[in-house]
Design a protein around this ligand. Structure first.
Ligand code: CTP
Ligand code: MG
Length: 242
């Protein structure tokens, strides 16, 4: 269909406003519905910056970011937000109930949909354990839940909005390895025909990705599957060994 969720970056170069040198140079890749694309690279290599261009938190200086063949620069943000969910690196919860936080972006979601999303995000147990369940209050910035719980609530919020494209910015790093694995297994079902782009620190999070992009200093220096990169990419081997 026309709302499939094909993401394409075409020769994208980007510098932050006022900065002299670009933080992303000549980035090109395509992500298809049903695929998981992983982005890996050292701190400051440009992973968060790369993701930020799809929901138009910033616009590139050169090149184009396309969603289903249409440059996002020609789409309004509300339209992009309906189709793309970004789980940010520092997940944000606002003051209100858990329910409010989860319904953000899809106010008509049913309670059952909220619980299903929580279950996939491995957050149902701790919400159920709270006296007020979905009605439990979150303080401004989510300071009364742990970092890992905050991440799981933000993942659940993204799932509730049922986007065509999921962007996960380091969303699994605060989880222990076992929870990370369970979450990704559950995620597979619910995101099966969506486009998934994952920024990750841990190699185990991305070994099954259809394609891994290795970012270094704002450039894609290597790309391939885990197995291919192990054989061909010194930068990837370094990350694996670190
Ligand atoms: N940067 C900047 N202004 C911002 C955000 C980032 O100048 N508002 C710079 C950073 O200092 C860095 C580069 O842009 O040199 C890339 O940053 P980022 O995309 O955030 O890098 P990540 O790969 O996401 O780093 P990390 O693994 O630490 O999240
Ligand atoms: Mg980052």
């Amino acid at each position: 269909g026309t709302l499939a969720g094909v993401v394409e970056y075409r020769n994208v170069t980007f510098a932050y406003p006022g900065a002299e040198s670009p933080v992303l140079s000549n980035i090109s890749f395509t992500a298809q519905p049903g695929q998981t694309i992983a982005i890996i690279g050292s701190t400051g290599s440009g992973k968060t910056s790369l993701l930020s261009l799809l929901p138009r938190l910033y616009d590139p200086a050169e090149g184009e970011v396309l969603l289903d063949g249409v440059p996002v620069s020609r789409m309004d943000r509300a339209d992009i937000t309906r189709r793309v969910a970004l789980v940010p690196q520092r997940p944000y919860l606002f003051s209100g109930t858990i329910e409010h936080n989860l319904r953000f972006g899809k106010t008509d979601a049913t309670d059952q949909e909220l619980w299903e999303a929580l279950q996939v995000a491995q957050g149902d147990e701790f919400v159920r354990a709270k006296k007020n369940g979905l009605g439990s209050r979150i303080s401004q910035g989510g300071t009364n839940v742990s970092g890992g719980q905050r991440q799981r609530l933000c993942i659940a919020r993204a799932l509730v909005s049922r986007p065509r494209v999921y962007l996960f910015d380091d969303s699994f790093s605060a989880l222990d390895v076992a929870t990370d694995a369970r979450l990704r297994a559950a995620l597979k079902g619910i995101t099966a025909d969506a486009t998934v782009i994952i920024v990750a620190q841990r190699i185990s999070t991305i070994t099954e990705a259809d394609q891994i992009l290795v970012l270094d200093n704002g450039r894609i220096v290597d790309r391939g599957t885990h197995q291919e990169l192990l054989e061909t990419s010194p930068t990837y081997q370094e990350i694996v060994e670190s």
